[in-house]
Design a protein around this ligand. Structure first.
Ligand code: CO
Length: 213
């Protein structure tokens, strides 16, 4: 089956639209890549990184995987992080999860999906750790809160990577942020846990997400 021709038509339409706004858009992009932000988000097709925060190509370096996991033995994620921090010198790393994340929910429900279960194993362990304090919530609140906790947990992992620690040691300007996106209303909420130096420690528990509008 061929790739639907519509995709190429869409692409052409997009190029024309971009050129209408700025005839030099692509030639400028070609010259350099200087994004200030690294986005680590979920692969979910409903959470397109650039669109959500209104950034153009060239403005956001992106890594996405199922449930926005940051694992110390994932050389894919770590390589993206290292390149972004050491070479592109991004100033912010945004870990953005989303409510209703299929990966997070699968980890909570302990359902078997295949290979991906191994990927989600660390989230399952986090869930066991937080299970007691989530008990008082109804099913929906529990899922939403645990999606927030997963972001919190991944920012804590991010903070401990040698890449982030080394950047802070050489006093490079670098802040880490945890955010969560709602597919239901399209809004991104801040988890209020910005970390900008080795001296700053994450709160013991993630604060509730809030809108910053
Ligand atoms: Co997801």
């Amino acid at each position: 089956m061929k790739l639907p021709i519509q995709l190429f038509h869409n692409n052409k339409g997009w190029v024309e639209g971009m050129l209408r706004q700025d005839p030099d858009f692509f030639s400028k992009l070609l010259a350099q890549q200087t994004p200030e932000y690294l986005w680590i988000g979920c692969s979910d097709s409903r959470v397109p990184a650039n669109e959500i925060i209104g950034l153009l190509p060239g403005e956001l370096f992106v890594h996405r995987n199922i449930a926005n996991v940051i694992a110390y033995n994932d050389f894919n994620c770590l390589s993206v992080l290292q390149y972004a921090v050491d070479h592109l010198k991004v100033k912010h790393v945004i870990v953005c999860g989303h409510y209703g994340c299929g990966g997070v929910l699968a980890a909570m429900r302990d359902v078997r999906l295949g290979l991906v279960d191994n990927w989600l194993r660390s989230i399952q362990e986090t869930y066991v750790f937080y299970q007691k304090e989530l008990e008082g919530l109804n099913a929906r609140q529990r899922e939403d809160r645990f999606c927030e906790i997963n972001v919190f947990q991944q920012v804590c992992h991010l903070q401990k990577t040698t890449i982030v620690q080394d950047a802070w040691k050489r006093e490079q300007e670098l802040s880490l942020h945890g955010c969560i996106y709602s597919i239901a209303d399209g809004l991104m909420r801040d988890l209020g846990m910005t970390l900008s130096s080795a001296e700053e420690t994450a709160p013991l528990r993630p604060p509730p997400a809030r809108l910053r509008i």
